[in-house]
Design a protein around this ligand. Structure first.
Ligand code: GDP
Length: 194
């Protein structure tokens, strides 16, 4: 399966240093949303993507390979409150440039905490990316923190925001309970196979 073979390749400090090879999917999300945990869970690996104890301190881009010219770009988490506003703005601008202009990018996986999805910054990412016409898959993670009723309600509410847009899909995910892995595999796998 796609994610099980995921291998870490390199870390770069700016988006211009990303290797120019093959195709890639990007994982983005607010700092602390659970992005590193999700990548580790998908890869069935405990420490492939580093789960930081000091979120937002380092703004590194981790570059992974699924194999056969297929890559995963783990983008720096955005919105970390303790990073100076000027630094945050700089990074967000670079993220925007990447999302808008990267030709090898075939799809975006947007990680959001299921307890507070679609923050202002998440919308900004979506607004940058949507005009490209490429697909977005939203993972509402930490779903284990919601009751079953809340899960259904949250999933429906986020789906409703994108009703009628076939390019945006949404699912629940939990790294703690390892739930949602197959659904993510299916969606991201289909992007590469398209
Ligand atoms: P990142 O900054 O987006 O990469 O977030 P991390 O993956 O480092 O996770 C941030 C915090 O949320 C850590 O304390 C994780 O243990 C916790 N976390 C991540 N995913 C889940 C999940 O699915 N369920 C629960 N309960 N906690 C999670």
């Amino acid at each position: 399966s796609l994610f099980r073979g995921l291998k870490f390749l390199i870390t770069v400090n700016d988006l211009h240093s990303l290797p120019d090879a093959g195709l890639e999917v990007a994982f983005a999300g607010r700092s602390n949303a659970g992005k590193s945990s999700a990548i580790n869970t998908l890869a069935n690996h405990t420490r492939l993507a580093f789960v930081s104890k000091t979120p937002g301190r380092t703004q590194h881009i981790n570059y992974f390979e699924f194999g056969a010219g297929r890559h995963l770009v783990d983008l720096p988490g955005y919105g970390y409150a303790e990073v100076p506003a000027s630094v945050r703005a700089h990074w967000e601008k670079l993220l925007g440039q990447y999302l808008i202009g990267r030709e090898r990018l075939i799809g975006l996986v947007l990680i959001m905490d299921a307890r507070r999805p679609l923050t202002e910054r998440d919308w900004r990412m979506l607004e940058w990316f949507r005009p490209t016409g490429k697909p977005v898959h939203c993972l509402l993670t930490k779903a284990d923190k919601l009751t079953n009723q809340e899960k259904v309600k949250t999933l429906r509410a986020v789906q409703a925001e994108f009703a009628g847009d076939p390019l945006i899909t949404v699912q629940l995910f939990s790294s703690l309970k390892k739930q949602g892995v197959e659904e993510t595999e299916k969606v991201v796998g289909a992007w590469f196979d398209a």
